[in-house]
Design a protein around this ligand. Structure first.
Ligand code: ZN
Length: 504
């Protein structure tokens, strides 16, 4: 030791220099990687959720300094009253000028009925909407503007509300629907708005919300006669994580359908309902279908008719000679698995008490309750129930299967191969939604996976962080090699009494 220390003063300087360099590099690497990681977590977490804290209605919303002007002179005050039961009915070709003292980038439109196709001009760009019949539709602009012009399409336009938003995260209640599924994993056949929660319980929060599957809800009846109910329907579906816009059937909900099948068949044409079911199964080609109790849950005739025609339809969808019109339009299909609520054979009891990560740990049952709670016109009459007889939303029976019986249970997709089909390598770039109308045949980016995919922009910082870590690691290795060389040099120098020739 002593022999090395005395003659090694020069070497010690080299050693100290190298050690300082190594420590500095490690420190820079640590803080750089940490800094990038922190930045990645910051905006990523808020962008991923895409919404503010539940119940915080005002986040991002512009509520003052807005003025609206209808080209035909209709009063536009009702469009800013946040009340879906008040509306105006502008004619096709009319315009509504929108000005705001605060720049806005998003416009949320609430319609009373499916509107005609509309156009929105803002900042020199045109967005189009209305072609999917969304009652609640968000238009995203390319740049912040203080003026925009909405031009109504030819047809019925009953407009309830207009909301403006800046760049801040949107509130939870703003709905961003995707078109109905091109190909569904699961179709739920609900008769009325609210049955999808009452009788199908945790199915929607589990398979649409938590698992992000392509879930399509098809309602046999419509409630256009009760203008609040279609909004309740959409609010409920959005709450439980459904993103594919529902099919709202052509059959008006009629009170005469209550209580018995005969009553239901007196107001609904059974063959028309059957044709509708066949068409829906061929259109969405589900792996799993779920329908009502054959006894109508509590004897409701429309529920019975819906369940019976669904079971009949299962035997017809693969036959191109049955209802050939929908076969020609969509092709044929044979549904692998179909469950009915409360069906007594091949029964499974779903566990809806498992916490769901997508909903912050709320259970599927709690989310079914939350979805049903959006049906404010119905909550005094019904409630979602675990247990009981007709109310038990956990009990389903496999009424038809082409993939064998269930063994484990508690999974509608048991025996279904969910391995995604190989696809050609997708384009890596993310696609900003500047127009809410995709071209014919296109599917929207992120369709049916909006809740589980992060925007590419939030991933870039952590990629940069990784490259920094690699650079620092390489530099550290170089320094260590230099250190070893110095040590060897010192060692040799020591053995020679510190008089060796210095080469560096
Ligand atoms: Zn019902």
């Amino acid at each position: 030791m002593n022999r090395l220390s005395a003659p090694g003063t020069k070497h010690q300087k080299w050693l100290r220099l190298a050690l300082c360099l190594l420590a500095g590099l490690l420190a820079v690497g640590f803080f750089s990687a940490g800094g990038f990681a922190a930045r990645a977590a910051g905006p990523g977490s808020s962008t991923a959720t895409g919404s503010s804290t539940a119940g915080d209605d005002a986040v991002g919303e512009i509520t003052t300094g807005i003025s609206l002007e209808h080209s035909g002179g209709l009063g536009t005050g009702v469009l800013l009253d946040r009340n879906r039961s008040t509306s105006i009915t502008p004619a096709g070709g009319d315009t509504i000028g929108i000005t705001s003292e605060t720049p806005f980038t998003r416009i949320y439109l609430v319609w009373d009925r499916p509107p005609a196709a509309w156009e929105l001009e803002a900042g020199g760009a045109t967005s189009r909407g209305g072609s999917y019949g969304y009652l609640h539709e968000l238009a995203t602009l390319e740049t912040p503007v203080t003026e925009a012009t909405l031009t109504l399409g030819e047809g019925e336009n009953i407009l309830c509300d207009i909301y403006l938003f800046g760049d801040a995260p949107l509130p939870d209640w703003v709905q961003q629907w995707q078109p109905p599924c091109e190909k569904a994993d699961l179709v739920v056949f609900s008769t009325h708005a609210d049955d999808e929660h009452l009788f199908f319980g945790g199915i929607l929060p589990t398979y649409a919300g938590e698992q992000g599957l392509a879930v399509q809800v098809v309602y046999m009846t419509n409630h256009w006669g009760e203008r609040y109910r279609p909004h309740e329907l959409l609010d409920g579906l959005w709450t439980v994580g459904v993103t594919a816009y529902p099919v709202i059937g052509p059959f008006p909900d009629l009170y005469a359908s209550l209580e018995s099948l005969a009553s239901a068949e007196s107001v609904f044409d059974r063959d028309e309902v059957l044709a509708f079911q066949v068409e829906m199964l061929r259109r969405f080609k589900p792996l799993v279908a779920a329908g009502h109790d054959l006894n109508g849950e509590y004897g409701h005739g429309a529920h019975i008719l819906n369940a019976q025609t669904l079971v009949e339809a299962l035997e017809l969808t693969a036959d191109e000679t049955a209802y050939p019109e929908s076969a020609a339009q969509y092709g044929t299909w044979d549904v692998p698995k179909t469950y009915l609520h409360l069906y007594p054979e091949n029964e499974i009891i779903m566990d809806w008490t498992v916490p769901l990560e997508r909903f912050g740990g709320a259970t599927a049952f709690e989310m079914a309750e939350a979805g049903f709670a959006k049906h404010t016109s119905q909550v005094t009459y019904f409630s979602v129930q675990l247990g009981g007889t007709w109310e038990d939303c956990r009990k389903f029976g496999l009424v038809r299967s082409t993939v064998g019986p269930d063994v484990a249970g508690n999974d509608l997709f048991e025996n279904i191969d969910m391995t995604p089909e190989p696809e050609p390598a997708p384009e890596p770039e993310s696609v900003p939604v500047t127009s809410i109308i995709p071209a014919e045949g296109d599917s929207l980016p992120g369709e049916h996976s909006a809740f589980i995919s992060l925007p590419a922009s939030t991933q870039q910082p952590s990629d940069s962080g990784s490259s920094w870590v690699i650079m620092v690691a390489v530099a550290a290795v170089v320094v260590i090699v230099v250190l070893v060389a110095v040590l060897v040099r010192v060692n040799r120098g020591g053995k020679k009494g510190g008089k060796g020739r210095r080469r560096w």
